[in-house]
Write a protein that binds this ligand. Structure first.
Ligand code: ASP
Length: 362
């Protein structure tokens, strides 16, 4: 009898204990990381890869690039800090660079062979894997906003040319005269390349031209891109470009091709690329990086290196990528001489880099 009583008491204590501990768990329904602010937020950007070398860069020009990269990082980071989604942060950062003639996107986009500025852009949400892209547009002030509208306000993913422009106007986006994008230095660049083509310059003469005229250096690339992770652990990617100088009619690069120049998936990472687009399409670069992570469990930096420093190099496809995963891990590999790039993880601390010998501290 006495034994039974003791057992009963023991059962009651056990029940009370388990009820208490359940209550405790209820109070912590939110994942511990975000409740304690441990979910890292981060923004990474690029302003294009190419033959960017110290010896060809004036201190003023370098300063201008670093300042603009910092401005874009701060603007995007302010969105993340105020609790806005990664999607908003990447758009904001891209718009700052699109509005600057320093980069080959929006104002300052490179010229086609026919002397036009035809732009491509894409954006992707890693949470839903929803995406929007536009190609060959000439009238939308901020092409990234057109890509965003395709994603959120249409049942489609990819719109091109006149149709994309009409759609953008219907969404009340900022529409400008194509002349708005014209940058005289970019035009000069096109003229020099066309001349070079005519006179069939060999490689060494081309190199001489590069040394003489630093602006000639980034004649090919200069695309802008951004990837971010927000306080909910959602990632996003966005890329915007004028493509490649002297591109022929109808040419579209990797940037708006989802999976090639732009890709985002919470399960793996968000990627934005810059470089010789044809190679990035053929290697499906951004998605390849995500797939390596997904199927091999490699880290973001190993996966990005595998594609940029091995697969692309084997094919002689020059360029680079920026990538971030939901834990705030960052990768920024490139196989060209330089890449305008930067990241911000902490308020007021944008880190910017241009050359290949800079310590990124990652
Ligand atoms: N990837 C872009 C394109 O091929 C160019 C660049 O990154 O600057 O259109």
């Amino acid at each position: 009898m006495k034994r039974l009583k003791v057992q009963g008491l023991f059962v009651i204590i056990l029940l009370l204990w388990s009820a208490c501990s359940e209550k405790k768990t209820d109070g912590h329904k939110k994942p511990i990381a975000s409740a304690t602010g441990e979910q890292p937020i981060a923004l990474v950007i690029h302003g294009g890869a190419g033959t960017i070398r110290r010896e060809n860069m004036s201190p003023e020009r370098e300063k201008a690039y670093r300042e603009k990269l910092s401005e874009a990082l701060n603007a995007g980071y302010a969105e993340l800090e105020s609790g806005k989604p990664a999607l908003q942060a990447v758009m904001t950062a891209i718009k700052v660079m699109e509005d600057s003639p320093l980069f080959n996107a929006g104002k300052g986009a490179v010229f086609t062979h026919d002397g036009k500025n035809e732009m491509d852009a894409a954006i992707m949400d890693g949470k839903t894997r929803n995406a929007g892209a536009v190609a060959g547009i000439t009238t939308v002030k901020n092409p990234i906003t057109a890509a965003y509208e395709v994603m959120v306000s249409s049942p489609h993913v990819f719109m091109v040319g006149k149709g994309a422009e009409q759609f953008a106007a219907e969404q009340h986006l900022d529409i400008v005269d194509p002349e708005y994008f014209r940058d005289e230095r970019r035009y000069k660049q096109l003229m020099r390349i066309i001349d070079a083509e005519k006179t069939q310059l060999d490689h060494s003469s081309l190199r001489e031209m590069e040394l003489e005229d630093p602006y000639f250096n980034d004649r090919k690339y200069g695309t802008v891109g951004a990837v971010a992770v927000d306080e909910d652990g959602n990632v996003a990617a966005a890329t915007s470009t004028g493509g490649m100088t002297n591109k022929r009619y109808g040419r579209v690069g990797d940037v708006p091709v989802i999976g090639a120049g732009t890709y985002a998936d919470n399960a793996t990472c968000a990627v934005s690329a810059t470089g010789h687009g044809e190679f990035f399409i053929r290697n499906v670069v951004a998605h390849e990086i995500a797939s390596i992570m997904r199927y091999t469990g490699k880290t973001i930096s190993d996966a990005a290196d595998e594609v940029v420093m091995k697969q692309l190099v084997e094919m002689e496809g020059s360029g680079g990528v920026i990538a971030v995963d939901k834990n705030g891990n960052i990768a920024m590999p490139f196989n060209s001489a330089g890449m305008y790039r930067g990241y911000i993880k902490e308020k007021g601390k944008p880190h910017t880099f241009i050359y290949d010998d800079e310590n990124e501290g990652l």
